[in-house]
Design a protein. Structure first.
Ligand code: FAD
Lengths: 414, 262
């Protein structure tokens, strides 16, 4: 276990410490030949599964079977999985490059979504904290496209993760789990679930952050009932209420240590945050590109609409903000890949990316005028997609609260 | 089966806004995206499929500048075992004949059962490097190949002809085939493939290594010289025919006949 990552106190007490720790001075923005090839392949896949494809999938509420098959054949779910288990043995940085490119070159949020569910929730969590048997069991399959999901959120805990009630009780060599989860994406297709429970209820835990335990659960399982939640967008993937009644899981399926789950979970939640920041940036870039093409062509008075500052400047501003957010997000991944504390960067990147991405899609829609509201022009779908990222995986407010408390050292605001 | 695939690193020009450069003989390359020539992509895929079926090796060879490494790496990532880049300033402005000579000078020393190239390159579209190479090697060739099957010491190939026709040929091996797009569906480069590609070496050779002299390559060794590259002026050549429908029909027939079209 890497204790550096879980250090949550004493973030940056002074400016110099921040600069020193951040490894500035060895900057190199050149991608390696390997990374360039990832980007090129991602772009190629995204061009084969462009906006029209997703328009249909979203409209028909249909899982993108062939897209996922192509991604799996190209080994994308295995980017972060060690070579020994059939993956690429690369890091979150490479994963972000892949996600961002898939999203911005035409897939929209889907370019990130499925990889996050399978590779980050499953692949990365197990790579980081699984034992040999768990790695043997899951990683080669995830690298080939086995789907996964994360069951963390609960109706009565929400953003307050430590308040979860799902309880796992020891029974012989097993644990018996009961509880309720909500907004669990991909639970219908997933063959594995990273389930977050309490083994010690909050009131009995010596510390709020103690008493959580992570389980790797094989799905489907009759003790796990799922009910779909109709939602605003991302209709090519379903999200569920999950009811867990007397689910029996063997002791071997505990990921990491009993009662210490919270500390491990950060190694899933930070990369999840980075993934969604990449998605926000990618969506912004995609929408801007489409808006720019349109703004060059569309003429209603003499000049094309793109000649007007009212159209041009908001797009330019969003573009500048996206590029800044991308760099911060890359830095978060860079720190994570080196086993360093990355919470500050991951949350700051999330805040910057959501604002920039949302602004970009908003103004892209404005650029299209009435056509922005027509399904055929795709922007309305990207708007529905980007809207998720201020709510999940961490709400915008909670990301700000993290920065206020842990980066600025202000009193806890919640 | 040992297969050699000749590939070219070319700018993607189909959708780009092209400008002629100051020399007036080539296009402005800055800002253009370079990638493996589309036809070569199919040739490489076909080679890898044949290797997967019959075992053997695939060697990708290119004549081009250092940047061509990205195309060779792509070939390695997709399943080629070896890659050779032939690079020398003296090779600049080689026509198809000189390029074929450069390829020949290295290929003649390698073992091969089959050589595949793209039917043409997206940048100059000359479509003759393959046939000239076959000529130099003294082996048979087939162009515009859409399907390849193997028999004892021979291959049976389908060639795409105009008008939707296909021709089936039996060809003695070793041979050179120039491959038409659509012969297969090229796979994506895979993450594992990328990893493997980084561990494989790209052999780089120049004029001195291949036993040719300066006069045999580049402009000096070429039979063709580009005089000028230009965008043809847009011309409007519409003729409005006047008269009654019968008169117009008669005129149309006359025009078609006079141009040998009917
Ligand atoms: C489409 C979708 C897919 C999802 N997929 C998954 C999944 O696969 N797995 C999973 O586990 N979860 C998933 N989630 C859940 C998601 O992570 C949560 O919805 C999110 O964390 C917010 O929790 P909540 O909805 O309960 O909001 P609440 O916690 O109820 O918050 C409501 C609002 O109040 C604000 N708020 C609350 N407390 C404070 C405070 N102290 N200070 C300031 N503001 C505060 C919040 O920021 C938010 O704006 C998904 C959600 C959606 C919408």
């Amino acid at each position: 276990m890497n204790c550096l990552i879980i250090k949550r106190k004493g973030f940056y007490t002074n400016r110099f410490e921040y600069v020193l720790k951040s490894g500035w001075g060895i900057m190199d923005f050149e991608l390696t030949a390997e990374q360039k090839m990832i980007v090129e392949t991602a772009a190629e896949i995204a061009h084969d599964y462009g906006p029209e494809y997703w328009r249909e999938k979203d409209k028909n509420h249909e899982f993108p079977e062939d897209f996922w098959k192509s991604l799996a054949e190209a080994g994308f779910p295995g980017i972060v999985i060690p070579e020994k288990y059939g993956g690429g043995g690369m890091g979150m940085f490479e994963m972000l490059l892949a996600m961002e490119t898939l999203v911005s070159e035409g897939c929209g949020l889907a370019g990130e979504w499925f990889l996050c569910l399978s590779s980050v929730f499953g692949g990365l969590s197990i790579t980081k904290h699984g034992n040999d048997a768990q790695k043997e069991k899951y990683l080669p399959r995830i690298a080939k496209g086995m789907e996964f999901c994360l069951a963390l959120t609960e109706p009565d805990a929400g953003t307050n993760t430590l308040n979860i009630k799902t309880l796992a009780v020891e029974d012989g060599n097993d644990y018996v789990v009961n509880g309720q989860k909500i907004f669990i994406s991909g639970a219908d297709r997933a063959k594995g679930m990273l389930l977050v429970t309490r083994t010690t209820p909050l009131e009995k835990a010596p510390k709020r952050t103690l008493g959580l335990t992570l389980f790797l659960v094989d799905l489907p399982n009759p003790a796990v009932e799922i009910i779909p939640i109709e939602k605003h967008g991302i209709n090519y993937s379903k999200t569920f209420e999950v009811y867990i009644s007397d689910l029996r899981v063997p002791r071997e399926s505990v990921l990491g240590e009993v009662d210490k789950g919270w500390y491990l979970l950060l190694d899933t939640l930070n990369p999840e945050r980075m993934s969604f920041s990449a998605a926000a940036c990618g969506l912004g870039l995609l929408a801007i590109k489409k808006a720019v093409e349109y703004a060059k062509e569309r003429k209603v008075f003499e000049a094309p609409i793109g000649a007007h500052q009212a159209i041009q400047f908001p797009l330019a501003e969003a573009k500048a903000k996206i590029e800044a957010a991308r760099l911060l997000n890359y830095k978060a991944a860079w720190l994570f890949d080196r086993g360093q504390e990355c919470g500050a960067e991951a949350n700051m990147a999330k805040v910057a990316a959501v604002e920039a991405g949302t602004e970009a899609v908003y103004h892209a829609m404005q650029t299209f005028g009435g056509y922005g509201y027509a399904v055929e022009y795709d922007v309305e779908r990207w708007w529905r997609e980007v809207n998720l990222i201020r709510l999940a995986p961490v709400t915008h407010q909670m990301a700000l609260a993290f920065i206020g408390q842990h980066v600025l050292g202000l009193p806890k605001s919640y | 089966m040992d297969i050699i695939v000749c590939v070219k690193h070319v700018p993607e020009t189909a959708e780009a806004e092209l400008k002629i450069d100051a020399s007036g003989k080539t296009i402005e390359k800055t800002g253009l995206v370079f990638d493996i020539n589309e036809w070569d992509d199919y040739a490489l895929e076909e080679a890898v499929r044949i290797k997967e079926k019959f075992s053997g090796t695939v060697t990708a060879i290119t004549v081009g500048p250092e940047d061509s490494d990205s195309t060779l790496r792509k070939c390695l990532a997709r399943g080629a075992d070896k890659a050779i880049r032939l690079t020398d300033l003296k090779f600049t402005n080689s026509d198809a004949y000189a390029t074929a000579k450069i390829l020949y000078s290295i290929i003649k020393n390698l073992h091969f059962d089959l050589i595949l190239t793209g039917a043409q390159a997206g940048d100059d579209g000359s479509a003759v490097v393959g046939p000239v190479l076959a000529g130099l090697l003294g082996v048979p060739h087939a162009t515009m190949v859409k399907k390849i099957e193997f028999g004892e010491g021979k291959a049976v190939v389908n060639r795409e002809l105009e008008g939707g026709l296909e021709e089936r040929l039996e060809v003695k091996l070793p041979a050179v085939f120039t491959v038409q797009t659509g012969i297969n569906e090229p796979r994506y480069v895979s993450i594992m493939g990328i990893r493997k590609a980084m561990q494989k070496e790209i052999r780089v050779m120049g004029l001195a290594d291949i036993g040719l002299n300066e006069s045999e390559v580049g402009e000096a060794g070429s039979w063709l010289k580009i005089e000028k590259l230009y965008v043809p002026p847009v011309e409007k050549q519409a003729e409005f025919l006047q008269g009654s429908p019968d008169e117009i029909a008669t005129k149309i027939i006359e025009i078609l006949k006079s141009r040998g079209l009917v």
